[in-house]
Write a protein that binds this ligand. Structure first.
Ligand SMILES: NC(=O)c1ccc[n+]([C@@H]2O[C@H](COP(=O)([O-])OP(=O)(O)OC[C@H]3O[C@@H](n4cnc5c(N)ncnc54)[C@H](OP(=O)(O)O)[C@@H]3O)[C@@H](O)[C@H]2O)c1
Length: 267
């Protein structure tokens, strides 16, 4: 069985580690983790049975794959000994904005480096992960990436030049959808519903709409039209979205996230 090490044991590392275990790719005793202060790594170890490493040497001893899952801002604080310690290993980095060239410069003795962009629904095996690697990545390692993230949801290999865009769309995407749901719930309460009723109605409407989209394979435009009668109540609500230029806002939302992703990659 492949042995994994997680350097950084926060939200994204937890989602990936839990998904890998649930998907049968690896058992907890074949994963080790290490964080910064130690708080998150201890929590991850306690909740999953993963081994809490005592230090970098211990973390990387006898390991095939290193998953780098600290914050981009923490990259510069990483111990330079990682270069030696990752010799011959595969390094998968989830750091937003980090190019494989930059990663390969740091992990210069690794057998391959891969830039991976998962998202948080990975923790319920409904994620989508985009990844990019240099041409030289061995086919067996490419298959390994597909297999690991395939059990966490959908996996797509993309051109590296699109990584910041993907980061904005699917990496940050859950955050945008959750903000919309939260605003929708607040509006339902303002309109007179109690909190719990608003919560149930909005969440189930969102989940049901997503399932309908998935099951029918119809476009969102077609599904929107199916619920919109001429001059009906949905139409009236949609007019307000159009008046406030919803379609003009989203390109700005994505552009801001793309720019920030690029900035994070230079930290
Ligand atoms: N969250 C998302 O939706 C998402 C999506 C795609 C990609 N990502 C990427 O995932 C990465 C992690 O994000 P997150 O949301 O999981 O962050 P997080 O929950 O804050 O976790 C960060 C982890 O890094 C550890 N850490 C801090 N300093 C370190 C150091 N010097 N060396 C090693 N580890 C250190 C922290 O340990 P302590 O707690 O012990 O300090 C913690 O375990 C980011 O690079 C982000 O770009 C996130």
């Amino acid at each position: 069985m492949i042995r994994f090490a997680f350097l950084g044991a926060g939200k994204m590392a937890s989602a990936i580690a839990q998904g890998l275990i649930a998907g049968g790719i690896v058992t907890p005793e074949n994963i080790a983790c290490l964080g910064g202060t130690g708080t998150s790594a201890r929590r991850l170890a306690e909740t999953t049975g993963i081994r809490l490493a005592t230090g970098l040497d211990d973390l990387l001893n006898n390991v095939d794959v290193l998953v780098l899952a600290c914050k981009p801002q923490q990259f510069k604080l990483l111990d330079p000994r990682l270069k030696e310690l990752t010799k011959g290993k595969l390094v998968l980095s989830v750091l937003a904005g980090f190019t494989t060239a930059r990663l390969a410069e740091f992990f210069s003795q690794a057998r391959g480096v891969v830039a991976v962009m998962p998202n948080t629904p990975t923790q319920v095996q409904a994620g989508v992960t985009a990844w990019a690697a240099e041409e030289t990545l061995a086919p067996a390692d490419a298959s390994l990436v597909e297999k690991c993230f395939g059990c966490l949801g959908t996996v797509i290999r993309i051109k590296e030049s699109l990584m910041n865009t993907v980061s904005a769309v699917s990496g940050s995407g859950p955050g945008f959808f959750f903000e919309i749901i939260s605003a929708f719930e607040a509006a339902a309460v303002t309109a007179g519903l109690d909190q719990e009723t608003a919560r149930q109605l909005v969440r189930q409407t969102f989940i049901g709409s997503a399932r309908l989209l998935e099951k029918t394979g119809d476009s969102p435009d077609a599904l929107r039209d199916a619920v919109t009668s001429p001059n009906g109540s949905t139409y009236a609500g949609l007019q307000v979205l159009a008046k406030h230029d919803l379609r003009g806002i989203f390109p700005q939302v994505i552009a801001a996230a793309v720019v920030r992703s690029g900035e994070l990659g230079k930290m």
